[in-house]
Design a protein around this ligand. Structure first.
Ligand code: NDP
Length: 347
């Protein structure tokens, strides 16, 4: 069978913005027949995610992330359908996902990398398994619950940066559902601000590219900030932390504003921000979703029922075609996405 695949063409290099030309589309032939334990899958949707920027470097900088190899097939989150199987757990027609799905239109994979999913959990919206009812939804839900210390009735103000992205859009809604009295998002466009307030029920939104974040926070958070879900780091986070209340909590989810730079993770904080954290006794704990996988099944069921009941709204940006994987990845890194960036590979 002739299939299309995406390989790493070149590395952007440290301190450089990735370019779609860093990826290359190739054709390859899958050998007929399967070995024992193997499964032939057809790819439906693929995910592009910020952590992939680290995998483009020769040294990913994180022990849990292996660098992609030049001229080899790239992989990440994917969802698809089983076409044939020599693994006991999978049958033709099963819908399956994996965190290490090759960027190919079809692939022969070991059954051990797959998880079977139930399409009714997402009312048939299978791309949600890569977003709100997948890794980014889990990150938002478990990050808020494990590190946010939200107490219903405590009149807390939550601020989310990267608020219109995959994790941020869910984190803000979970904060509201769990009882925060005010939820304010920070994001990079007017359309995104509008979507947060009008579609997702945020109390307010600040466009960090146009507005003064400090002034916007003062206006939107008159009682200060108790919980901060941080997706971006850098100047935006310094401004948020400066207005946090005594005993507040920062959920250190990601620092995308620093990912194209050659700095360790998490990137060092300014003296002033460190002093703010210390003086006000604010916790700032790193959250890694992969450390909470024992809670994943229950959390995915909760996310699925919140989505199907309409309590949790899902935002997605869908690009079409495997040839556009690099375009979609680079666009997401620059803020081209509203909600989860997905690439649709086949029907
Ligand atoms: P998003 O869907 O949020 O997409 C990335 C967004 O980042 C863009 O849309 C853009 O939005 C914003 N952005 C890009 N550059 C900057 C910048 N310089 N300053 C501020 N914002 C910027 O991605 P995800 O939801 O998948 O990931 C969000 C964060 O969560 C990332 O930091 C990621 O690494 C982290 N993460 C952490 C996990 C964990 O276990 N800790 C798991 C999954 C993700 P805008 O238009 O607003 O600029």
């Amino acid at each position: 069978m002739l299939v299309k695949k995406v390989v790493l063409n070149s590395r952007p290099g440290s301190n450089r913005v990735p370019d779609p030309g860093n990826f290359r589309l190739e054709e390859t032939t899958l050998a007929p027949g399967l070995e024992e334990e193997e499964v032939l899958v057809r790819t439906l949707y693929l995910s592009v995610d910020p952590y992939m920027r680290c995998r483009m470097n020769e040294d990913s900088g994180a022990e849990y992330l292996t660098p992609w190899k030049l001229s080899e097939s790239v992989d990440g989150g994917g969802v698809g359908v089983v076409q044939s199987s020599r693994h006991d757990a999978y049958r033709e027609g099963d819908v399956v996902t994996s965190f290490t799905w090759p960027w190919q239109t079809h692939a022969v994979v070991k059954g051990s990398i797959l998880q079977k999913v139930n399409p009714s959990l997402v009312d048939g919206h299978l791309s949600y398994f890569l977003g709100a009812v997948g890794m980014t939804g889990l990150t938002a839900l478990l990050g808020m619950r494990e590190k946010g210390h939200v107490i219903r009735g405590a009149n807390q103000t939550l601020v989310v940066s990267g608020a219109a992205g995959a994790c941020g859009s869910v984190a803000g809604q979970i904060g509201r559902l769990d009882g925060c009295s005010r939820v304010v998002g920070i994001c990079g466009s007017e359309d995104k601000c509008k979507a947060l307030v009008e579609r997702l029920g945020f109390s307010g939104a600040i466009n960090y590219r146009l507005q003064d974040v400090t002034a916007g926070l003062r206006e939107n958070c008159p009682d200060g900030i108790d919980v901060y879900f941080d997706n971006v780091g850098g100047d935006v986070s310094d401004a948020v932390i400066a207005q946090m209340n005594e005993g507040g909590h920062v959920i250190l989810c990601g620092q995308i504003s620093q990912y194209n730079k050659d700095v360790p993770y998490p990137p060092p904080l300014s003296q002033e921000t460190q002093e703010n954290l210390r003086r006000k006794n604010i916790t700032r704990e790193r959250f890694m979703v992969l450390n909470y996988m024992s809670q994943a099944q229950d959390a995915l069921c909760e996310l699925g029922s919140l989505v199907t009941s309409g309590q949790l709204k899902v935002l997605e940006t869908i690009e079409n075609g495997i040839e556009n994987m690099g375009v979609a990845f680079c666009s997401m890194m620059k803020g081209g996405n509203l909600g989860k960036q997905i690439v649709k590979i086949s029907h």
